[in-house]
Write a protein that binds this ligand. Structure first.
Ligand code: ATP
Ligand code: MG
Length: 415
């Protein structure tokens, strides 16, 4: 679990702000959910024989002896909240959420025990139109962030019945090559054989490539859905690859699955993963409701943005108030007046020599220092330009600085 120190948080805030704007441009509304849920909820929705439920959850008993779990993902909580509040039945909902998730995985670059997702869930639309809307939304997000080079993979998992038929044949095939399977895959053979296809072990890739394809087992309706999806993607001009080995780690998916991948993060290549889960609402006690969602891994996304040296919003102060020998109250009052004009202001606290005050002004990242000369005069110093300071009446300082900074913001050459 990581600390996010102030210098990297600027990137997070920029990413979150851009994501919010993109989500709202598509009519998605934010939902905020608890970080802790009953263990039962995840065991039922994600599936007993998944990595998450088998070995990755942070589970504990509270003081009443209830079994609770730190959420490993956001979909189950969304569905629970939607059912409890009666917002899913016969309605169309477009929701998003953001926040920390917890999985006890082996920590490595791009894989952490507390990580953050921005997730999107839609309810009530059965057709591939909304699948493509979600994919377009995610594509617009990369574009808005200035991220190129992500590639889209899509697949369909069909219906549970089609998957059951496929599963039998997949298991027969895998048994015929059991000597080549690693320990994890052998264990999954009996519990969750589709997960074998998701193995990240290089030595397993030959076995996986030659496995039967789920696409040959699809039912009519799932095939039509998948054809519709591809036609819409083509019409929207998005490039993608059909990857028949793309499965999801979670049990509840049906039909459409997709991932956005990068080559720039080593083995942890998926930045965004999503899919349709038409059976989950009913499984958790609601009326049958089609649904699809995706989640973006924020650590991976921010890492990519830092690599591409994207400019993060600068939250540094614009003005640093230097009291010199004047009373602290005068400095605080001036700082308030500057903030009244909408400026970001850091006011020097703690006294010290003029030299140390100016040094702090410089380190703050502020463009200007305002030095209190006496009760009603100040000197304004441009810390980033090699020019002398300008003395003026204290009463004029706020307007002067606001104008200077507005001029610089309007002129990119100044920044
Ligand atoms: P992976 O195959 O990489 O383990 P997953 O299938 O477990 O991913 P999902 O549950 O679909 O992932 O989560 C969606 C996204 O959340 C992933 O694509 C990834 O970007 C991010 N993510 C998942 N687990 C972690 C983690 N432990 N640390 C950081 N990011 C993660
Ligand atoms: Mg995982």
């Amino acid at each position: 679990m990581n600390d996010l120190l102030p210098e990297v948080v600027a990137h997070w805030q920029r990413t979150e702000a851009i994501a919010r704007d993109v989500l709202h441009a598509y009519g998605y509304r934010e939902i905020r959910l608890p970080v802790v849920e009953r263990t039962e909820l995840f065991a039922r929705s994600i599936g007993q024989h998944t990595d998450i439920v088998e070995k990755e959850m942070y589970t504990f008993e509270d003081r009443n002896g209830e079994r609770l779990t730190l959420r490993p993902e956001g979909t189950a909580g969304c569905v629970r909240a939607g059912i409890e509040s009666g917002l899913l039945h016969n309605q169309i909902q477009r929701w998003w959420y953001a926040g920390p998730m917890f999985r006890h995985e082996r920590p490595q670059k791009g894989r952490y025990r507390q990580f953050h997702q921005i997730g999107v869930e839609t309810f009530g639309v059965p057709g591939p139109d909304i699948d493509v809307e979600l994919i377009l939304l995610s594509a617009r997000l990369w574009q808005a962030l200035g991220l190129g080079g992500l590639r889209l993979e899509v697949n369909t998992l069909g219906t549970p019945a089609a998957r059951a038929a496929y599963r039998t044949n997949l298991v027969d095939y895998l048994r015929s090559r059991v000597g080549e399977l690693d320990e994890d895959s052998r264990r999954r053979l009996d519990t969750n054989p589709l997960r074998v296809l998701d193995s990240k072990n290089r030595e397993m890739q030959d076995v996986i490539r030659a496995a039967p394809s789920l696409l040959d087992y699809l039912d009519e309706a799932s095939r039509a859905h998948f054809d519709g999806l591809q036609e819409l993607l083509n019409r929207a001009g998005l490039s993608y690859v059909v990857n028949p080995r793309l499965v999801r780690g979670l049990d509840y998916y049906t039909r459409t699955v997709f991932e956005w991948l990068t080559d720039r993060l080593g083995a942890q290549s998926a930045v965004c993963a999503g899919g349709r889960y038409d059976g989950l609402v009913e499984l958790l006690g609601g009326k049958p409701t089609p649904a699809i969602g995706f989640a973006v891994g924020l650590e991976r996304l921010v890492e990519l943005l830092v690599q591409t040296a994207a400019r993060a919003t600068d939250n540094a102060p614009q003005v640093y108030v230097v009291p010199q020998a004047q009373a602290p109250a005068a400095a605080l009052v001036l700082a308030e007046a500057l903030r009244d004009r909408g400026l970001r202001v850091e006011c020097h606290c703690g006294g010290g020599s003029l030299k140390s005050q100016l040094k702090r002004a410089d380190n703050s990242g502020a463009r200007y220092a305002v030095l209190l000369e006496d009760a009603d005069r100040v000197a304004v110093k441009d810390l980033r330009a090699n020019e002398g300071q300008r003395t003026m009446a204290l009463a004029d300082a706020a307007e002067y600085l606001a104008k200077q900074l507005a001029k610089q913001l309007a002129n990119p050459a100044y920044r």
